[in-house]
Design a binder for this molecule. Structure first.
Ligand SMILES: NC(=O)c1ccc[n+]([C@@H]2O[C@H](COP(=O)([O-])OP(=O)(O)OC[C@H]3O[C@@H](n4cnc5c(N)ncnc54)[C@H](O)[C@@H]3O)[C@@H](O)[C@H]2O)c1
Length: 266
């Protein structure tokens, strides 16, 4: 139920589409975040390369009585991101909250990884954040705002998965976020990163599954200090806090949402 925490705000979720539920009906973090922002009063722009995925999220928001706009863009493309942000401002008149959700892993060692795969990992995980920030910061600075970047515990410690490009790109996301926090603090824009741990999303079964769904779930549960994966909603709730005025004096933070995974040594 809405408490109006984001009433009057315009939120942009880059990679907020819903490509279909995973095992057990789990959804992505982008979908959970977009619907949570809307539930708390924000008008939400869902930017996604997959038009149907974006429309699914918008339909879910509208079904709950919210307002949302689907925009199709490849978030690694400068011109397309610029155009998408311009379309948000044309439709909603402002940008107050930006959540950069896009990211993904490519498994393999550095020795096995081709240079184009390394660069693709940086394009997906880092360029998307750079471009979203580049084109929204002028708008966020108009009346103050919140930039939330999706990082991973893999940016600060080994999670046991071999994805060096992902880990390095997410570490760069962290420092880009912290740099922006300082640069824009005087202009009323906060920038914080969420370091997600082992979250139960469809992405996990697409990108990390070596065996059955049940085996993937059990393996990830065993890796978590709590004995269970987190839910996309756990991340969305953290994003809601970082988007809202309750976090108005918090910027430059790398916030783990991981059931304590970042603390554990083994
Ligand atoms: N699930 C986990 O355990 C976990 C752990 C740590 C971090 N994360 C991070 O969470 C984020 C993923 O969240 P999710 O589960 O919602 O993923 P998701 O795959 O469900 O959603 C990503 C969306 O981004 C869109 N997309 C992909 N590439 C795009 C591009 N170039 N341009 C525009 N749209 C594009 C997809 O169509 C999709 O709708 C990533 O940043 C990931 O690294 C997840």
């Amino acid at each position: 139920m809405s408490d109006g925490r984001l009433a009057g705000r315009v939120a942009v979720v880059v990679g907020g589409g819903h490509r279909g539920a995973g095992p057990g009906g789990v959804t992505g973090i982008g979908f959970a975040t977009a619907t949570t922002f809307a539930r708390h009063g924000a008008r939400v722009a869902v930017v996604d390369a997959d038009a149907e995925a974006a429309e699914r999220t918008v339909a879910a928001v509208v079904a709950e009585g919210g307002e949302a706009l689907a925009l199709v863009a490849d978030a690694t493309d400068d011109d397309q991101v610029r155009a998408a942000v311009a379309a948000v401002v044309a439709a909603f008149g402002a940008v107050d909250v930006v959540h950069t959700n896009i990211g993904g892993t490519a498994l393999g060692s550095v020795e096995d990884m081709a240079l184009h795969a390394w660069r693709a990992s940086f394009a997906l995980n880092l360029d998307t954040v750079f471009l979203a920030a580049k084109h929204t910061l002028p708008h966020l600075a108009v009346r103050g705002g919140s930039l939330i970047t999706m990082s991973s515990v893999a940016s600060i410690r080994s999670t046991g998965y071999p994805y060096p490009g992902y880990a390095a790109a997410k570490a760069a996301v962290n420092q880009l976020t912290r740099t922006l926090a300082v640069e824009y603090a005087g202009r009323g824009v906060r920038a914080n990163a969420i370091l997600a741990g082992l979250i139960d999303t469809p992405l996990v079964y697409r990108q990390l599954a070596g065996g059955s769904e049940a085996a993937t779930r059990a393996d990830r549960a065993a890796r978590s200090p709590t004995g269970a994966m987190g839910a996309a909603q756990d991340v969305a709730d953290a994003a809601l806090f970082l988007a809202s005025d309750e976090s108005r004096y918090i910027t430059g933070v790398l916030l783990p949402v991981d059931g304590g995974l970042h603390v554990r040594a083994c």
